[in-house]
Design a protein around this ligand. Sequence first.
Ligand code: Q46
Ligand code: ZN
Length: 324
Amino acid sequence: MNCTKCKTKAVIDLPRHNAAFCTPCFTTYVHEQTAYAIKHQRMFGPEDRILVAVSGGKDSLALWDILLKLGYKADALYVDLGIPGYSAKSREKVERFTERVARPHGATLQIHTVQEEEGAGIKELSNLVHRPTCATCGTIKRYQFNKAAVEQEYDVMATGHNLDDEAARLLGNVLHWQEEYLDKQSPILPASVEGFAKKVKPLYRLAERELAAYAVLNKIDYIVEECPMAKGSMMLLYKEALNRLETESPGTKHRFYFGFLDKQALRQGSGQAGATAPQSMAEKDRASLHPCSTCGQPTTGAICSYCKMMARSRLSSSSARRPS
Ligand code: Q46
Ligand code: ZN
């Protein structure tokens, strides 16, 4: 198998593109796909400051690596969830990547420790508020990433969601006809109201397998294990189902997700197939959001879900301490 571009020995084949690449041509392909996504979706420009959400996994570290190599100003934020046997390891991967790759580019890493800031690790916290661990985690991460981006005046917040993540999420939203989520599923979410950071997913054109190959070929040391809390999640089941379809019919995930983006763009009237129309989403947000009475972040209720959750956690821990 030879590289489609330079005809030397290929190291990876991409059946969905009917192509194969050697290491340098594959690295160029990944950089070009990301650069195209950034430009096509108008995610950010060369002068913008980007805050990357990193977890220690291949996607977020690959994203940080690619953005720095494309010449963007990208810092990162890591949220230490305090999961025994997992968080310490993933944090170490992020810190090593920062020293080896990011710092020489002048980029910095911030760490938010849930145990210190929210008063308990993610498992204990979810028990206190009687919510599933992943729902608690999602609320904290969304809140803290947004807060850091807004307070430190980053122009945009970037996450490492890839094509497999987006296709699996789309499948879940379609299976449950979550119309509101379908409207908002996009590689770009605008800073629709004051207090909301603009959010982008520059890797949405790249498959999970391609990002794993990019990380290995570019010597990015990442945590291979999934977060133990993900075990049994519907997301993993949707990914498995889509992988099965992809094996039988290469390009299924791409057609499914990109077909959705094209139809969404036409429906929302951006006039540009494949590019989403953030404007109509922004208008809806402006009509329904206002500042949380406790912290000031935008919310649809009087108090945001993070503040509600933290109030509940304080109440549960103080009643647990009270003598009966
Ligand atoms: S990190 Fe958090 Fe995921 Fe772990 S606890 Fe669940 S949501 S599975 S992206
Ligand atoms: Zn709040």
